[in-house]
Design a protein. Structure first.
Length: 381
């Protein structure tokens, strides 16, 4: 048999469960009512611990939250059936919070109620599931962050630092204080594209933080290690060995690369391509390989402005046409203005991607054999 205090502990654990909290506060079908089994007394308790049973019954008679469902239990040890509580049923969120009877839980519930009331619907599930995003922040700042996130669009920074954006009266430190919160809000709006690209890249702002890139030795004799992490700012100052450098948009494409003589690969660059302005790259054969989508061609354009002689690899209309079955919808496209740095064929492809139903061919979905063939041909093999 469970006492009210024992079931309160269970209810509090349920509050701590993200999925359970979401289901009940967002009124997902089947979430209510909540029925907690109290349990029938065994025959031995009726016989030997009748006073304890009476105290158990009395404790449940004092419960006024929700509904306590009773039943009669007959026993040969008593002259008449005994009324015992069987189920505690809660019918709505406020009863759940009242039943838990915990100050911290009540404070969180009241804060959530305020946030849900003043935030766009698209953010409500996120706020309910991830309390760590907001429970240490002033509620007014969280509500303002939601409004700011609704005002942001891809590329809206136009090359300006995030701290200079003037939206809704925010101060210059607002993005610094609430970067994770804003990123999560934008992920909810744009299908996690901001996290995939990085907040600055998605909004078109310069990168302020240090960005570590993965350098892979495709020659297997140019570096002391097969793989190394290097800060992008260091690549501006110090050259890498070898005759060729392959720049790759996504780090996850490393498994598709093959052994190439006198070649290093730099992976995971995304929009962090400022380091390609390094003078030592003028003496290298440089290849660039990224996704065929609007963002990938944006990155290619920026890379070519830094290194005019670079060779784009597997980023053309022919590659897209030959592997159209592997293409997917690009959830959030880049700015529709053709970026400076694309040649005529690439510009046409860029414009085409805005009208393609499946206009995104990710690097990872190209056959490894094709990638090896193209890379070896680039090296003159």
């Amino acid at each position: 048999m469970k006492s009210p205090a024992e079931l309160r502990i269970k209810l509090k654990r349920q509050w701590e469960n993200n999925a359970c909290r979401e289901a009940r506060l967002m009124a997902i079908a089947g979430a209510w009512p909540v029925s907690l089994w109290i349990g029938k007394p065994p025959s031995s308790k009726i016989k030997n611990q009748l006073d304890e049973l009476k105290r158990h019954v009395e404790a449940w008679r004092k419960v006024t939250i929700g509904d306590v469902l009773w039943d009669q239990v007959s026993s040969r040890h008593t002259s008449q059936p005994i009324d015992v509580p069987l189920v505690w049923r809660l019918n709505k969120p406020t009863e759940w919070i009242d039943a838990i009877a915990d100050k911290q839980v009540r404070a969180e519930f009241e804060a959530l109620s305020k946030l849900v009331q003043h935030s766009p619907e698209v953010f409500r599930t996120l706020l309910v599931r991830k309390r760590s995003l907001w429970n240490s922040k002033p509620m007014d700042e969280v509500i303002l962050a939601a409004k700011v996130a609704m005002s942001l669009e891809p590329g809206c920074a136009r090359g300006q630092p995030l701290r200079t954006l003037s939206i809704g009266g925010i101060d210059t430190k607002f993005f610094e204080r609430h970067e994770r919160l804003i990123l999560e809000f934008l992920d909810a709006r744009f299908e996690r594209q901001p996290s995939e690209l990085g907040l600055e890249t998605f909004l078109g702002a310069p990168l302020d933080a240090e960005h570590w890139l993965l350098v892979v030795d495709l020659d297997q004799g140019l570096l002391p290690y097969q793989k190394m992490r290097v800060k992008s700012t260091d690549l501006i100052k110090r050259s890498l060995p070898g005759k060729r450098l392959l720049v790759v948009e996504n780090e996850s494409s490393q498994h598709q690369l093959c052994q190439l003589p006198q070649t290093l690969a730099v992976l995971g660059c995304g929009f962090d391509l400022t380091w390609m302005q390094a003078p030592w790259l003028k003496e290298k054969q440089v290849g660039y390989w990224g996704d065929i989508d609007t963002w990938g061609l944006q990155f290619l354009a920026k890379a070519r402005l830094a290194v005019p002689q670079l060779d784009p690899l597997m980023m053309d209309a022919e590659t897209l046409d030959q592997h159209q079955s592997s293409a997917v919808c690009e959830p959030i496209r880049a700015d529709s203005i053709v970026p400076e740095g694309l040649n005529l064929a690439e510009s046409k492809l860029f414009q085409r991607l805005f009208i393609e139903q499946r206009g995104r061919l990710e690097q990872e979905f190209l056959p490894r054999e094709l990638v090896h063939q193209k890379l070896k041909r680039w090296c003159g093999l």
